[in-house]
Design a binder for this molecule. Sequence first.
Ligand code: UD1
Length: 420
Amino acid sequence: MDRIRIRGGRPLAGEIVIGGAKNAALPLMAAGLLTDERLLLSNVPRLADIQTMTALLQQHGIAVDPADNDGRTLSIGGAIGSTEAPYDIVRKMRASVLVLGPLLARVRAARVSLPGGCSIGTRPVDLHLKGLEQMGAQIDLQGGYIDARVEGRLRGATILFPFISVGATENLLMAAALADGRTVLANAAREPEIGDLATCLVAMGARIEGIGTDRLIIDGVEALHGAHHSIIPDRIETGTYACAAAISGGSVFLRHAQLEHLGATMRILREAGVDVTQEADGLMVRRLNGLHGVDVMTEPYPGFPTDMQAQFMALMSVAEGAAMVTETIFENRFMHVPELNRMGARINVHGASAIVRGVPTLSGAPVMATDLRASVSLILAGLAARGETVVNRVYHLDRGYEAVEQKLAACGAEIERLPS
Ligand code: UD1
């Protein structure tokens, strides 16, 4: 298994190009199941999770072909041959469950492996299933699989989510696009990736109102057609490299980053002492003075994202004063804490909150990545640490960060991948 070695202490300087959003690309690829025609997606990031979704679509009989030289535009389409999403693919990536709504809407049957637990918590899919049942689907759970079918078309329904779920909103939005009648999704998630999905569905012929709000109104149509859609820049990659600039005491231009998608992230970084300015086609991020501790609580968009929690904690570990970081979305998302503490951080976890007491410097150490965002938080810590840090199990990182070591090295970081 590959490892990444970093020798810390160099301020970053230069430019990093922000890629297309992973969490927008995955549901957009699943939307390719909704039509016979070709869906062209551009600005697709080159990531392991995209390969997993490609394998899943291919398993359903759908062709996924590169439509440009660098593989960032994908052409998706074809007839659905198999309605089964097997355990071997779903266990690698929870977002595989996003094929459920589209398969059911288009061919009226789906057999999708239950995703099961993952390192950051149990993460059930009950909201996805209840919503589809409200739309007329019959769902049985057996042998670790969701067996779903519907007589005729799915039917429009009013679905009030008891709490906010990104994936359930996406699955039901795609299902509703082809349902018979009107669907209202109330207390829907408002993440920019959902707006991106809805915009693409509209380009495919869907009728959706309320895009960008927590109430989506969808008037189902009988068929959708092909479209060409360009994926929004990744706001989590943006926030991560903003933390990299800040923790290293440097200044980096984040090309293509969009301030309006960043919600609370940039406000919190500014409160912590990071200078962020909007420029043409990107954001300039600098650390001018010292960092200070700021309390944060993860929340659905536009609140502070759970996917930025680990990176922000790494930053707070070298800030002046204390910061309380509270995780409200996932129950087990502090696995980076013992690893950061091995590098000299002073972090104590009390239930859903962690108290981070800033230290003047971290020291390099061998550490273990446990999930996607945890792994990148260790890289950030390594950039600031004295001496050498080796991050093991970097396959987590490759799921969500394209060429992280090249992007950081181009800004002066001493970082390299050690192949297994
Ligand atoms: C998506 C993102 C992930 C991010 C998360 C929260 C993708 C591919 N992944 O994940 O990176 O961390 O949003 O912003 O976009 N829940 C239930 N029942 C359900 C669905 C969810 O109890 O049916 C719970 C989950 O366990 C979790 C919370 O709701 O505690 C939020 O999960 P959700 O918003 O659905 O996250 P994902 O769509 O899985």
